[in-house]
Write a protein that binds this ligand. Structure first.
Ligand code: HEC
Length: 286
């Protein structure tokens, strides 16, 4: 009986290993490699220096097209994020090229003013129509929640799914969005022979359908890091993906820390309850 069970288990494990690859190849989904992130696993935390570099990449490159509306400048100062000094973020907000529309003033007119710490990080376009008009009809989406909105696609048969989910729960895998953004940033290339690329689109291995309207945003040396990290596309992609993982889940550090504190508390409570139970019942004959 046990033998038969272990054969069945071995079969399932083998199927888990083989089927996802075969199925996703058949459906045209790109294989997206898992990256190493400082914030993965049960104890992982964001790396402040990496978030600072990621913001630099966003500021110098991505903010030319994408907004970050759900993040306020003050969030860049708060604990658990890039933790820039407040004075420098104040200056950054003041000089941010995309101004805040405020008003109405005493004459009933709307006016533009520089951003304050409490204002959102705006992109270059006033609305989606303006964005589409200047991007050939394509809309550069807001990036604040992008790392939560995307994940690594897998299409195994339905009976394999529970095992993959179980594996992800045991690994505490939640970095699919970061993995996807990294793959997207590094996935540009010439189309393979015979691939019909629509005019004005770019071939990208990670993007579903492989044709994207975003021109390749990164190139080696495009951003000058100050902390000695080499200026390569891989590093930019890693850092900006980590930064966008933070914007999408800014309380991750705190959540994980409190999680451990709660576990410790429950452990102590369990021991106390057990001792209490022994003492109460020890007086009763049975
Ligand atoms: C020249 C403008 C431009 C720049 C610069 C740019 N993007 Fe984009 N981006 C776009 C457009 C346009 C789209 C929409 C693409 C589409 O729908 O085909 C897009 C889409 C995206 C998407 C969504 C892909 C999806 O799965 O839907 C992500 C993520 C993204 N960009 C990240 C970035 C990051 C990170 C940077 C900076 C390193 C960046 N972009 C720089 C124009 C830009």
């Amino acid at each position: 009986m046990i033998k038969r069970f272990s054969y069945a288990l071995a079969g399932i494990v083998a199927a888990m290993a083989l089927v996802p690859a075969a199925a996703s190849a058949a459906e045209g989904h790109a294989e997206i490699a898992r990256q190493h992130w400082s914030f993965s696993g049960f104890t992982g935390q964001f790396d402040k220096a990496q978030l600072q570099r990621g913001f630099q990449v966003y500021q110098q490159i991505c903010s030319n097209c994408h907004s970050l509306k759900r993040v306020a400048f003050r969030n860049l100062v708060q604990p658990g994020g890039p933790e820039f000094p407040e004075a420098s973020v104040k200056a950054l907000a003041h000089d941010w090229p995309n101004k805040i529309t405020d008003g109405p003033n005493d004459q009933g007119k709307m006016f533009e003013r520089p951003a304050l710490l409490s204002d959102p990080i705006l992109g270059p376009y006033k609305n989606d129509q303006e964005a589409r008009a200047s991007q050939n009809g394509a809309l550069p989406p807001d990036l604040s929640l992008m790392a939560r909105a995307r994940a690594v696609e897998r299409d195994p048969p339905w009976y394999i799914h529970p095992f993959l989910m179980l594996g992800d729960i045991l690994n505490s895998y939640q970095e699919g969005g970061g993995d996807y953004i990294y793959a997207l940033m590094t996935g540009f290339s010439d189309p393979p022979a015979g691939f019909h690329l629509v005019d004005g689109k770019y071939y990208n291995h990670a993007f579903p359908g492989h044709q994207i309207s975003m021109p390749p945003p990164l190139s080696d040396g495009a951003v000058s890091y100050q902390d000695g990290t080499p200026d390569t596309v891989q590093n930019y992609a890693h850092d900006v993906a980590a930064f966008l993982s933070w914007t999408a889940d800014p309380s991750l550090d705190q959540r994980k820390r409190i999680g451990w504190q709660v576990m410790l508390y429950l452990l102590v409570t369990t021991v106390l309850l057990y001792i209490g139970k022994r003492r109460i019942w020890s007086a009763i004959k049975h």
